[in-house]
Design a protein around this ligand. Structure first.
Ligand SMILES: [Zn+2]
Length: 309
């Protein structure tokens, strides 16, 4: 209790297996470092009192997953609404709870070297984010959009923007994942740095399309993916979110018209230097949705259909 005014505490490089319960009394704490310990769980009753926390560093521990009863907390932490830096690099996380979206002051998040195969769409509610580090995980896609039911009026879908909502985003590190492309409108971000080596991006390799009833000259590229079941599930979830997206008044990348009964998943290739004004010679694939083959078959557009082989 003598430490009630303590603002910064570094307990890094110890052998702690648990978060010390005494921390719960340090109400003035703004920065807490617990990196390089052996912590497996962060109990909610301990860090719950830290309403003034701005920086939380749990790098290099063994935090694996959330016990179901504390789902409403973030990693067991009733996190202060003013948390700005959350770092959990090199743990064993398999998922990030949707409640992450409550951290509206979050400016930097580092989840590098975990076991994440997906991220919640609510990530895009953290509109102060400037840096997102999720390198060396198992991500197959980035979330496409955020949407939620309005409880008072179940007939209304409240749809917020996808990644484009993160207008302050400057640094994205997704290197060493399994991404096949970037989400819709990714190229409209004003990024300064993008790290994306070591993924499974689609590459441009024109091939003849199989033509059934409809006759058209497809521009098709090949996606070489040996998909595991988990990958397929993630792919399906991604498709599902696109369907919700489409049913909610978004529009065709080409004619800007609404989607009626059908849609085409396409991709376009974005030059970081030319299109995003970045200092990089990379070209990245970004998802785009077209409303119809009519649009797709018009000449001179940059969108390619995607084939899986
Ligand atoms: Zn169209």
């Amino acid at each position: 209790y003598c430490l009630a005014l303590l603002a910064e505490l570094n307990l890094g490089n110890n052998a702690l297996k648990e978060v010390p319960t005494v921390l719960g009394h340090l109400e003035s704490l703004r920065k807490l470092y617990l990196f390089s310990n052996r912590i497996t769980v962060v109990p909610p009753d301990v860090i719950g009192g830290l309403q003034n926390l701005v920086v939380l560093n749990l790098n290099h521990n063994q935090i694996q997953r959330l016990p179901p009863e504390i789902k409403r907390y973030i990693y067991g932490i009733v996190v202060s609404k003013i948390l700005q830096h959350l770092s959990m690099m090199d743990n064993k996380l398999e998922e990030v709870p949707a409640e992450l979206g409550h951290l509206t002051k979050l400016s930097e998040i580092n989840l590098t070297s975990n076991k994440l195969s997906w991220l919640p769409q609510q990530l895009y509610q953290c509109k102060d984010l400037t840096k997102v580090h999720v390198a060396r995980n198992k991500l197959t896609s980035l979330p496409e959009l955020t949407f939620k039911h309005t409880l008072q009026n179940l007939t209304t879908f409240h749809v917020t923007q996808g990644i484009r909502a993160l207008t302050k985003l400057q640094v994205v590190d997704v290197a060493g994942n399994k991404l096949s492309m970037f989400p819709v409108e990714f190229h409209l971000l004003s990024l300064k740095e993008l790290y994306c080596e070591g993924n499974r991006f689609v590459h441009c390799e024109p091939m003849p399309s199989e033509q059934d009833a409809e006759v058209f000259s497809l521009k098709v590229i090949v996606m070489e993916v040996q998909q595991t079941q988990q990958d397929l599930l993630n792919h399906l979830l991604c498709k599902l979110s696109i369907i919700v997206y489409l049913s909610s008044g978004s529009c065709c990348a080409l004619c800007l018209g609404p989607f009626l009964t059908t849609w085409l998943e396409c991709v376009h290739f974005i030059s970081l230097r030319k299109d995003m004004k970045m200092k990089s010679s990379l070209t990245i694939p970004v998802r785009a949705l077209l409303c119809s083959y009519k649009c797709f078959n018009t000449d001179g557009h940059p969108y390619y259909g995607v084939a899986t082989r």
